[in-house]
Design a protein around this ligand. Structure first.
Ligand code: SF4
Length: 221
């Protein structure tokens, strides 16, 4: 059955825009002093601990399709080849250390010279990491994140906390609708590198009938 994922991508884009607004407000709230002595919104500028080297996992198909849309816009062949090579290397590294990915530091294959090449299409965690946030899940204690290492070096009090709950709830609803329509109910847990490898395997991509990515990534996890 043909599944048109464009409307799902459109809705996710709206959710991400709302989430980005919350992030900008938080950046404004937690202003910091620049090297020139100016007060500026909190940013990654000057950070020595690039969070793009953290091994994050992503749990939704819809984020995969969203990221894949960004990947499909890359028209620089050399860069595309570099991304493929880096993704393979990344997967080999995580496969060697499957139980230590929390402490691994590997640069995301989509980060070139400190810039994300799919910035508009980056997944959720890349959008909220950095500033204080919380999440309420039924039956679980509320989770809190104090922000990234740089944030904690600059701020010791956290009066403004982004509540991830409504954002994640909307994504979960969208994901549920997409999976139902695609009849895809397997667990999804992948790194960016695994998503890239899936994207390469799935091309031509983003016709109106995408195939669900395989359950296991190239790392065989
Ligand atoms: S997708 Fe972009 S923002 Fe996210 S870790 Fe990779 S380079 Fe960084």
């Amino acid at each position: 059955m043909s599944v048109d994922i464009a409307p799902y991508i459109g809705k996710l884009s709206e959710i991400f825009m709302a989430s980005d607004e919350l992030y900008y407000k938080s950046q404004e709230h937690y202003r910091c002093t620049s090297s020139e002595g100016k007060k500026e919104p909190f940013s990654c500028t000057g950070c020595q601990d690039n969070c793009c080297t953290t091994v994050f996992y992503h749990y939704t198909l819809i984020e995969y399709f969203y990221l894949a849309q960004g990947l499909s816009l890359i028209d620089d062949q050399e860069m595309a080849e570099a991304i493929a090579e880096r993704s393979q290397a990344y997967c080999m590294e995580t496969a060697k250390n499957p139980y230590k990915t929390d402490s691994l530091r590997i640069m995301c294959p989509l980060n070139f010279d400190g810039n994300c090449v799919v910035y508009k299409n980056r997944p959720m965690i890349c959008r909220v990491h950095g500033v204080p946030s919380s999440l309420n899940q039924t039956g679980k204690p509320t989770q809190y994140w104090d922000g990234c290492k740089r944030f904690r070096q600059l701020h010791t009090e956290f009066p403004l906390v982004i509540d991830r709950t409504p954002i994640y709830t909307q994504i979960a609803l969208l994901e549920g609708q997409l999976r139902k329509e695609m009849v895809f109910f397997q667990r999804y847990k992948k790194t960016i590198a695994e998503m890239v490898i899936d994207f390469i395997k799935d091309e031509p991509f983003l016709s109106s009938t995408p195939a669900p990515p395989s359950c296991h990534g190239s790392c065989g996890k």
